[in-house]
Design a protein around this ligand. Structure first.
Ligand code: SF4
Length: 397
């Protein structure tokens, strides 16, 4: 089983052209269908369909309420480590960036987890850069095992692995695996990933299938908007989701819609996706995939997030920190630089100039800085129920 041959045979450029050339009549036709094909999806994200966003929103809203009820699930990212052996031009954690790095000890991870639990969270996303020396499988397994007793929902966003490497992580208590392809454009992918194992496009593309084979019951995919043309990426994500729904049908699938945010290294987006494009895309995904979870992070500003909730979003993060130790200050005293896999201690002058607020470097800046409590209140004001916990390991026993 592999998505790669199917992906290679997709007429993506023709679908993008069809999207750009769509007429309002073909958009109406696509909207009228009970089952949306990839061609219909291309029409729904077309420039012509931007005139019909209001009608698409109404339909997306109805479908979401039918399938999910009026609930929004909340989660928080917990960064374990910002060490990485890859160079991804758009990411602050890239190995050649001279940033402040740290890998939290298991007790520090527990401390961070407890701080999030006090805020109400019961679903957590463990995030780490890819570095076999600092973020080994055993380290991840130990973090998951330590958190498992207190956290019913643990998902991972870490470097891709083999199926047999994922299995101990599932056994330790992880239930979800999130992996963004970043960009589905092979040429741009190779240009942006200049060093490290992430350069292997196909290996990354097959990651959700390996995770499924290992027993993960939630799979998350997505593209990072701002790298290739957004319609191209959206069509590829839709094709990937369609494949996973057919072949990994026991898993619950989510699609994330991250747009590039400022980060260390100051990479400028290569393409632009407007707020209106994002709204249109959320609606199009909901129309094509009525049962797939749609995820929105704190990368987006508060006002836009609030407006997107009724249109099909089912899962949001809140109060996020994108650096290890961000919730409690854990690991501060171990901050260092890393050069060629070797820890380089900070000099006295570096400690002195950084001051008491020194912290590990963030992966990116968030745009919605509201507290989890404020976000939960907003969800209630919109007439939805914020859900902190929607799963318990006892359900699988
Ligand atoms: S995107 Fe991931 S793999 Fe690439 S540098 Fe950042 S943390 Fe490392």
């Amino acid at each position: 089983m592999s998505f790669v041959p199917e992906f290679n045979s997709l007429p993506i450029d023709a679908l993008v052209k069809q999207s750009c050339d769509s007429s309002t009549a073909s958009v109406r036709d696509a909207m009228g269908r009970s089952r949306i094909s990839l061609t219909d999806f291309a029409r729904l994200i077309s420039p012509a369909a931007s005139e019909s966003v209001a009608a698409m929103s109404r339909r997306a809203n109805t479908l979401t309420q039918q399938r999910f009820g009026k609930v929004i699930r909340l989660f928080a990212p917990l960064y374990l480590s910002n060490e990485c052996i890859n160079n991804c031009k758009y990411c602050g954690f890239s190995r050649d960036n001279s940033i402040l790095r740290v890998t939290l000890a298991v007790e520090e991870v527990l401390r961070e987890g407890r701080a999030l639990k006090e805020q109400g969270f019961r679903n957590i996303l463990l995030v780490a850069g890819e570095h076999p020396k600092f973020v080994s499988n055993n380290y991840l397994r130990d973090c998951i095992a330590a958190l498992h007793a207190e956290w019913p929902g643990i998902s991972l966003e870490v470097g891709p692995m083999e199926t047999h490497e994922y299995q101990p992580l599932v056994q330790a208590g992880a239930e979800g695996l999130v992996v963004y392809q970043e960009t589905y454009d092979r040429e741009i992918y190779h240009d942006l990933h200049t060093a490290g194992p992430k350069r292997n496009f196909d290996w990354r593309l097959e990651t959700p299938e390996r995770a499924y084979a290992a027993g993960f019951r939630r799979l998350g995919i997505g593209a990072l908007f701002g790298l290739a043309d957004w319609r191209f990426e959206a069509i590829c994500v839709a094709a990937h989701a369609d494949y996973l729904l057919r072949n990994c049908w026991k898993a619950y699938l989510t699609i994330s819609l991250p747009r590039l945010r400022p980060c260390a290294g100051e990479f400028e987006p290569l393409t632009h996706m407007t707020d209106r494009d994002l709204v249109q895309l959320v609606c199009a995904f909901r129309l094509m995939f009525p049962d797939v979870g749609l995820v929105l992070s704190t990368r987006e500003p508060a006002k836009l997030r609030d407006g997107l909730i009724p249109l099909g979003i089912t899962l949001i993060s809140a109060g996020s920190h994108t650096e290890p130790g961000g919730y409690t200050g854990a690991g501060k005293e171990k901050l260092h630089h890393t050069e060629r896999g070797r820890i380089v201690e900070l000099g006295a002058s570096e400690w002195a100039s950084a001051g008491p607020d020194i912290q590990a470097t963030k992966q990116f800046q968030i745009a919605d800085a509201r507290s989890p409590h404020e976000v939960a209140e907003l969800i209630r004001r919109l007439g939805y129920e914020p859900v902190w916990k929607d799963w318990d390991a006892a359900l699988t026993r």
